[in-house]
Design a protein. Structure first.
Lengths: 200, 609
C-alpha cells in the first residue's frame, strides 16, 4: 500500500478534501500527502481548486482498479469480515437512529424534528451513546485488521462527546465531521476495502 | 405502614411523596401521579442509598435481597398475579386480592435524581421463562403473543444486562435456540429463575451509574458521583388479555392542528408494540367510548388533570387490562409548528399560561417553517407528475434536473437553480446536494443517505422514485414537493405566507415586541439614517464577522440578521434596532437568548417502554 494509493483512497472518501483532511483520515503526515497530491495533480489523476482536491475520472478508475489486489488479504480474512458484517448489522441501527433524530412522531405522523423538545433530543443522544459502545467494539475489531481505521473511532467519540455536551449539530450535520458524517465516511471506506456496493 | 420500613426500598402507593434525591426522577414522577389519584401500575424502588452502599461494598448490601422479595410480594398482592410459578405468596399474608393464575412480569429501569446519558436502558417483561410463557399463553389465549413476549425479553436482557452487540433473535426459532444464540454472542445465558434475572438487572442498573458516559457527563456538569441511581421495579400490564383490554394514545389537544379536543387512537385487545408495528389498524378513541365508557371518561378526566397540573398539552400512553385503566406515560406532547403556535396563544386566552410562557413555547424555527414558501392553492391541478416517491424532507424546490453531482455544483455556482437527481447518494455527493434546491433519488427509503443528509441540510427531498426514473427527468425544469413526494413538470407558482396576514402570529408579534431586548421591525419602518446594511457591507454574510461589523452601530438590516446567530450577534454588539422581514423568528431568537431550554420538568411518568 503506497502513500499515493492511500492519498487517492482518502480523496475518494473525502471528496473535495484538503491535504490536511486527507492526512488526518489516512493517518499520514501532511507533507507526505502534499507531495503525493502534487505528483497526482502532475499526472492528471487529481484536480486542485482553491486548496481542495478531487479525483479526476482517470484517477478514480485507476484507484478502483487497484482495490481487489491491495485489499485481497483483508477480503480473505475471516476475522476481519466478521467485524465488517457486524458493522453492516449495526449500520442499520445507526441509520434508524439518525432518522429518529431528524424526525419525530407527532400524533401518529412523522414531522421534522425542530429540536424544540430537549427531552426527546437527550433520549436520542443517549441512544447514540449506547450505540457508540457497540460501535467501539466493532471498530476496535476492524482496527485490529487495519490499524488506520482507529482514526474513525476517535472522530466518532469526539463528535459524540460534543453532542453530549449540548452542541447538537454534531449528531448529523452534513457540513461538519458530525457523527453521521464520520460514520458514512467509514462506511464508504469499508465498502471500498471489501469491494461491496451500498444498498441505498 | 411506614414507607421506609425497608432500609433500602420504598413502595409507590400514593400515600406519600418521598424526595427525588432518594427515589430518582422516574419513581418520583410515578409517585406524583399516584398522589393525584391517577391510575399507574404499582411499583417499588430501590433507593439511591442502596446504590451508594452497593458501590462502597462492591456487592448488594445485606437485607436488600429480602426487601426485594417483599416488594415483589407486594406487587403480587396489588396485581393478583404471581412472579414466577415457584414464588407463590404464603396464604393470607398479602391477600388483598385473590391471586389469579396470570404471571407477574416487571419492568426494571434506572432512575437517577437528574437524568443523564449512559444509564441502563429499561428491561421489560422480566420474569419470563418457559413456564411463564405457558401461563401467559393460557391466560391470553394467544400462544404467539406469549412466545413473542419471551423473545423480546431475551433480546432486551441480552443487549442490556449481558451487553450483546447488535443481537437479534429470529422470531421463528425456539427459546432454546435463542439461548444458544445469546450464549454464542455473550458467553452467558439468560437465567431461568425470575429472582436471578431480577438480581442481575438490579446490579446492571447500579453498575451503569459508573459507565464511561455517565461519569463523563457528571464531570462535565459538576454533578456529584455520590448522588447514585435508584432502580424502579414496576408491574407490567397487558392490553391483549381479553375483550376488556386494549392499548392506546391520547393527546389532550390535537398535536397536528392545535384544536382543543382530545385526539388519539385505541387498539382493542393489543399491546403497545402493536401500535408501532403496523400489524393492526388503530381505531378512533370513540371505539373505547363505545366498548368501555367508564374507562373512557376516566381517561379524559386524567388528561384534564394532567394538562391542568402541567399547564401544557399532554401525550398520554395508556393500557386497559381486563377493564382497568393504567396510565403508562404522560409528557408534554411534541407538536407540529401549526399546533405549537395555536396552542400557545389559546392557552393564554384560556388563562392557563401567561404571554411570556407562550413565547417560550414557540421556537424561531417553527415560525420559519410556517412561513416557508409553498405551492399556490390549486397549483398542482392539471400539472403533470413526472415521478413519485417517498417524501423524505418537506419543502418546495424549483429548478432544472441535473444527474451529475459535480455538474450540479458547477451550475449552481453560476447562479442556476438545480435539482440533483441520483440513483442513490453517498458522501461523495454531499457537495452537490448542498448546492441543489432539492434532491430526488431512485432507490432507498426514509433512512437512506439522501433522506438523512437532506433533512440535515433542510432541503426538499424525495427518495425511492423507482429504478431508471431519473433519466427521463434529466434537463427538465421541475417542481419538487418534498411533503407530497411528487415531482411536477415545469415551475409551478409558489407563494410565501406573510406573518402579518395571520391573526395568531400577529398576537405573538405584539407580545414579543413588548418584551424584546432589542427593537425588531420590518424594513422601511422609520429606519434611521445611520443604519448599517449588511447586504451592502463586505463580509456581511459571514456570521463570524458580524460582531466586528456591528460593533458601535445603533441599527442594522440585511439577510444575515434573519438567523438566530445574526440576532444574537446584534444584541451582543449592543445594536438597538434591527430591520428584518419576517420579524417573529428574529423576535423569538432575541427572547430565547437567555432561556434556551424551557424547563420541561413535568408531572409525568414513564412507566413502561
Amino acid at each position: 500500500m503506497t502513500d499515493l494509493f492511500l492519498v487517492l483512497h482518502g480523496l475518494a472518501i473525502k471528496k473535495h478534501g484538503t491535504a490536511e483532511e486527507v492526512a488526518s483520515l489516512m493517518g499520514l503526515a501532511v507533507e507526505t500527502v502534499k507531495a503525493a497530491l502534487d505528483e497526482a495533480v502532475a499526472g492528471g489523476r487529481v484536480a486542485e481548486a482553491q486548496g481542495k482536491y478531487m479525483l479526476t475520472p482517470v484517477g478514480r478508475i485507476g484507484l478502483e482498479s487497484q482495490y481487489a489486489q491491495v485489499f485481497s488479504s483483508l477480503r480473505a480474512d475471516a476475522t476481519f469480515r466478521g467485524h465488517y458484517d457486524r458493522f453492516e448489522t449495526i449500520n442499520r441501527d445507526l441509520k434508524q437512529l439518525i432518522t429518529d433524530w431528524q424526525t419525530m412522531p407527532v400524533g401518529g405522523k412523522l414531522v421534522p424534528n425542530d429540536h424544540s423538545d430537549k427531552a426527546y433530543d437527550d433520549k436520542i443522544i443517549d441512544r447514540l451513546g449506547t450505540f457508540h459502545d457497540s460501535a467501539e467494539l466493532v471498530l476496535k475489531g476492524l482496527a485490529g485488521g487495519l490499524a488506520r481505521l482507529a482514526i474513525y473511532l476517535s472522530k466518532l467519540t469526539a463528535a459524540l462527546e460534543k453532542a453530549e455536551d449540548g452542541d447538537i449539530a454534531w449528531v448529523s450535520d452534513a457540513k461538519t465531521e458530525s457523527y453521521h458524517t464520520v460514520w458514512f465516511e467509514l462506511h464508504e471506506d469499508l465498502l471500498r476495502i471489501m469491494g461491496t456496493e451500498r444498498d441505498e | 405502614m411506614d414507607k421506609r420500613d425497608g432500609k433500602w426500598t420504598v413502595r409507590i402507593d400514593g400515600t406519600s411523596l418521598p424526595s427525588r434525591d432518594l427515589i430518582g426522577g422516574k419513581a418520583w414522577s410515578i409517585a406524583h401521579m399516584s398522589a393525584h389519584a391517577l391510575p399507574v401500575p404499582p411499583a417499588f424502588v430501590l433507593t439511591t442509598e442502596a446504590c451508594r452502599a452497593y458501590r462502597d461494598l462492591g456487592e448488594l448490601p445485606g437485607g436488600l435481597a429480602d426487601e426485594v422479595a417483599e416488594g415483589i410480594a407486594w406487587l403480587q398482592a396489588e396485581t393478583g398475579r404471581l412472579f414466577g410459578p415457584q414464588t407463590a405468596p404464603k396464604k393470607g399474608l398479602f391477600g388483598r386480592k385473590k391471586p389469579e393464575s396470570g404471571p407477574l412480569l416487571v419492568s426494571v429501569r434506572s432512575g437517577a435524581p437528574i437524568s443523564m446519558p449512559g444509564m441502563m436502558d429499561t428491561v421489560l417483561n422480566l420474569g419470563m421463562n418457559t413456564q411463564t410463557e405457558d401461563l401467559l399463553a393460557a391466560e391470553s389465549g394467544d400462544a404467539a403473543f406469549a412466545r413473542d413476549t419471551h423473545r423480546r425479553f431475551y433480546e432486551l436482557y441480552a443487549g442490556i444486562v449481558l451487553k450483546a452487540i447488535g443481537l437479534t433473535l429470529d422470531p421463528a426459532d425456539t427459546p432454546d435456540k435463542w439461548q444458544a444464540a445469546i450464549a454464542a454472542a455473550t458467553g452467558a445465558r439468560v437465567p431461568d429463575d425470575p429472582g436471578d434475572q431480577l438480581e442481575a438487572a438490579i446490579k446492571a442498573v447500579f453498575d451503569s451509574w459508573n459507565s464511561r458516559r455517565a461519569k463523563r457527563y457528571r464531570a462535565h456538569h459538576h454533578i456529584s458521583d455520590d448522588l447514585g441511581t435508584a432502580v424502579v421495579i414496576q408491574a407490567m400490564v397487558f392490553g391483549n388479555l381479553d375483550a376488556q383490554s386494549g392499548t392506546g394514545v391520547l393527546f389532550s389537544r390535537n398535536p397536528l392542528t392545535g384544536a382543543r379536543e382530545p385526539y388519539g387512537e385505541y387498539l382493542p385487545r393489543a399491546q403497545g408494540e402493536d401500535v408501532v408495528s403496523g400489524k393492526f389498524t388503530p381505531q378512533p378513541l370513540d371505539t373505547l367510548n363505545q366498548s368501555l365508557p367508564a374507562v373512557y371518561r376516566a381517561l379524559l378526566d386524567a388528561a384534564t388533570t394532567l394538562e391542568t397540573e402541567n399547564k401544557d398539552v399532554q401525550d398520554i400512553e395508556f393500557t386497559v387490562q381486563k377493564g382497568t385503566l393504567y396510565l403508562l406515560q404522560s409528557r408534554a406532547a411534541k407538536r407540529a409548528p401549526e399546533a405549537a403556535v395555536e396552542i400557545a396563544v389559546d392557552m393564554v386566552d384560556e388563562g392557563m399560561i401567561d404571554e411570556a410562557t407562550a413565547l417560550q413555547r414557540v421556537t424561531s424555527d417553527q415560525v420559519r417553517v410556517l412561513l416557508r414558501p409553498r405551492l399556490k392553492a390549486g397549483a398542482t391541478e392539471g400539472a403533470e407528475v413526472l415521478a413519485k416517491g417517498e417524501g423524505a424532507c418537506q419543502g418546495i424546490g424549483v429548478g432544472t434536473v441535473v444527474t451529475d453531482t459535480d455538474e450540479a455544483e458547477a451550475r449552481a455556482e453560476r447562479g442556476e437553480d438545480v435539482i440533483l437527481a441520483r440513483p442513490t447518494t453517498s458522501p461523495e455527493d454531499v457537495h452537490g446536494m448542498i448546492a441543489a434546491k432539492a434532491i430526488v433519488t431512485e432507490k432507498g427509503g426514509s433512512t437512506s443517505h439522501a433522506a438523512v443528509v437532506s433533512r440535515a441540510l433542510g432541503l426538499p427531498c424525495i427518495v425511492g422514485c423507482g429504478e431508471g426514473r431519473i433519466l427521463a427527468l434529466q434537463g427538465r425544469d421541475v417542481t419538487v414537493d418534498g411533503g407530497e413526494g411528487a415531482v411536477y413538470a415545469g415551475a409551478l407558482p409558489v407563494t410565501v405566507p406573510r406573518e402579518s396576514d395571520d391573526p395568531t402570529l400577529t398576537k405573538l408579534i405584539a407580545w414579543a415586541q413588548a418584551r424584546s431586548p432589542i427593537r425588531i421591525d420590518r424594513p422601511g419602518q422609520s429606519e434611521p439614517a445611520d443604519i448599517i446594511d449588511l447586504d451592502r457591507t463586505p463580509g456581511g454574510e459571514d456570521p463570524a464577522q458580524l460582531p466586528a461589523l456591528l460593533a458601535g452601530k445603533t441599527s442594522a438590516k440585511g439577510g444575515a440578521l434573519a438567523s438566530d446567530e445574526g440576532v444574537r450577534a446584534a444584541i451582543g454588539a449592543g445594536v438597538k434596532a434591527i430591520y428584518i422581514d419576517p420579524v417573529l423568528p428574529a423576535l423569538l431568537a432575541a427572547l430565547h437568548m437567555d432561556h434556551p431550554d424551557p424547563d420541561k420538568d413535568t408531572l409525568a411518568t414513564d412507566a413502561q417502554g
